[in-house]
Design a protein around this ligand. Sequence first.
Ligand code: 6PG
Length: 273
Amino acid sequence: MANSEIVVLKDAAALSFKAAEILVCCISETLARKEQFSIALSGGSTPKGLFSLLVEDDSFKNHIPWDKIHFFWGDERHVPPQDEQSNYRMADEIMLAKAHVRAENIHRMQTGQPDAGKVAQDYELELRTFFQLSAGQLPVFDFNLLGIGPDGHTASLFPGTKALYEHNRLVVANWVERFKTHRITMTAPVLNNADTIIVLVSGQEKAEILRQILEGDHQPDLLPAQLIRPTHGRLTWLVDQAAASRLSQKIRLFKDFSQVDEIAAIKPKGFEK
Ligand code: 6PG
């Protein structure tokens, strides 16, 4: 089983900064040995801080060879790209447009078309083409960025939904009854096959679900984020203090959080070795 750790940061700003450090370091290490870098982005609000740091902060913006990076999405809402719900639109407005990323490096899901199943098929073909996959082969993203929802979902793998059990397809249209819509999502085998997986978790409202995911019984049907188990890569949970507030490990020993950005790095249940 690949190595995994939880890194606790003081707050959301420290969380974004740490994520930017890890990403930029990963980009330069990867591009030292190959021509291009592939990243699967998450949506939602948590990565916004990271995306803006990468284009606004001097420590990062000049150290990123944007023309060598190919951007994909781990999941997307079934809405047109100009919709405010669009994960593509969020990343484009905050980062891609400001970094003048070339259109051919932006691999967004074609969610403007009405048939969600077709959107998923087309995106699977896009992955097979970009990664030059043969039958049965999985893509290997250099970097996979994920988040978790207060219900324990990750990407668009929601509790009790069909996509949780998909092991052959790379991308599926997943009906989410709660939203009465499809979400298009990469499947767990693809999400787990990345070289580096970072899960960003911020805020008190995520504390209880994070405790259940990391320290509770293994029940991925109810807690899909538990499906995130890297096949060969490195998994890091980047968590801020508020989200870590219910974890029972040695974090509680650290009384004064103001001095350090990085509070602790611990191994989640089942990854102690
Ligand atoms: C999406 C995401 C989703 C997200 C979580 C957390 O499309 O919404 O990819 O998996 O990571 O819902 O969202 P927040 O960061 O907004 O809490």
